[in-house]
Structure formats: C-alpha cells, structure tokens
Design a protein. Structure first.
Length: 263
C-alpha cells in the first residue's frame, strides 16, 4: 500500500474551487494555505504580487466578490454577513490544511468576521489572523456620512487618496461609472457589518500598518490586541495607508515562520 498522502479536496478540484475563490498559487502538498480578503473595489488578482515572497509549500487563495473578474455579471453584494455566509461553503474545502486568514485594508473587516464565524460553528480555526491598516472593533468609527453614501466623484477621489485606485480612473467617465458601483456596494457591505459579539479569539493576531498612514493611527490598529487572548503583534512598515506592495515581504516572513514552526 502506498504511503503517499491523500490529496485534499481542494487539490483535486483543480485551478479554482468556485468562481468566488481564486487559486493564485497551489502546491502539491501544501503545509500552509493563505486565504486573503481584498480591499474594497478589488478582485483576487491584487494578491498575485505576494507570490514571489512566499516560501515553498505555501498556497495562496483569495476571495473574489461578485461584480469583478469572472463574476462581473453577478449582482453586487451590499450585506457583509450575507456575503460571508455565501462564501462559507466555497471556502470550506480550503480548511483541510493549516491556514492563515488575511485581510487587506477594508478586507480586514470581513476577514476578522469570517474568523469569528468559524469559531461560532466550531469549525477549523486559522493558525494566525493577519489584518492591515484597519481600526480595532472597539475604536472603529464610521465617517459621517459613511463612504457608501458619498457622491460618485467624492467617493472615487477618497479611494484614490487612500491609494486603492489609480488617479487615471478619474479621467475616464466609463471607468468612473464602473468603479463607483463596485466601491459603493463594497463599502456598504463593510460599513454596515456589525462585528459579532462574544469572547475574544484565542489565535495569534498580527496587524500590519504603514508608518505614514494618514487615515488609521497606530493606536487604533493596536486596539486589535483586545480581540484575542493569543499572541498579538503590530508591525509598522515603511509605507502609507495602502500597503499591499509593502506587505508582501512581511506576509512571506509570516508564512516562513509558520512553516518553520511545523504548523
């Protein structure tokens, strides 16, 4: 009888488990899997820049919300809890090996709530939760009016200021119209999402932020420490609010640490 490990269902399903989950990097026998939630307006492809920073035996998957990439014709999601409930069955096959949940910027809201959802149903829990450039739940304050209620041009200009969209979009009316719809829906999903009550998580939690972030202070990022009884770490990188590129190296180091610790 062969002693080779049995392939997980995620490995058997090929390039992607569903339209809602993108398989960006796959290893034959992964020792660790990253499950990433992108910032508002973005698709799964934004995490491809992280691939070169990952050590061997680490998978990279990303959530793809309706309205972008191969889901461009689907109705946009405006309710965060409904979006997570719809994603749960698509993400379940990924939880067969040790995994890390990653939330980038506003995606941190969904990533954290997904971690709480797994705990609530006594499902597999991540070996670590990694969030970025976001306020802790206890100090989170929505703008007045919230971003999803801003006028189209004002909303897009704000996202450009955050660093999450190229300024050239503002010069193209067709692109502006397309991105406005997606951004407004995405912001509504995260701004109207209420964090689930209950005891703190018990898993390690790492928060990444930019030293030059003009929108989220180190103190409000440090407030995430109240959300876990496990190890907490705040890492400030040399970057602004939007640190997708800068975070790649740090994500690679986190993955290397976890693989080296035989998770």
């Amino acid at each position: 009888m062969s002693s080779a490990p049995i392939a997980t269902s995620a490995e058997r399903h090929g390039a992607a488990l569903s339209r809602a989950v993108a398989r960006l990097r796959s290893e034959p026998r992964p020792r660790l899997r990253l499950i990433c939630f992108p910032h508002v307006g973005a698709g799964a492809a934004v995490f491809r820049t992280w691939i070169s920073h990952l050590p061997p035996e680490v998978d990279l998957y990303a959530v793809r919300a309706p309205g972008r990439e191969n889901r461009v014709t689907e109705p946009l999601a405006t309710n965060g809890h409904v979006l997570l409930e719809a994603l749960a069955p698509d993400l379940e096959p990924l939880l067969e090996v040790p995994f890390v949940i990653v939330g980038h910027c506003s995606g941190s809201v969904l990533a954290y709530e997904y971690a709480r959802m797994l705990r609530a149903v006594a499902g597999p829990e991540p070996v670590e939760l990694v969030l970025s450039s976001a306020e802790g739940p206890k100090v989170r304050k929505l703008e007045d009016p919230p971003l999803h209620r801003l006028g189209g041009a004002t909303l897009l200009e704000r996202v450009v200021a955050y660093g999450g969209m190229a300024p050239q979009v503002l010069d193209d009316p067709q692109l502006m119209s397309m991105y406005e719809r997606i951004l407004r829906a995405d912001y509504q999903a995260v701004e109207t999402l209420s964090y689930s009550p209950g005891p703190a998580l018990e898993i390690p939690l790492t928060v990444l932020g930019g030293r030059r972030d003009e929108f989220v202070s180190p103190e409000s990022m440090a407030a995430w420490s109240a959300e876990t009884t496990g190890r907490f770490s705040l890492r400030l990188l040399d970057g602004p609010h939007f640190i997708l590129a800068e975070a790649g190296v740090e994500i690679g180091l986190i993955a290397e640490r976890l693989v080296g610790g035989a998770v």
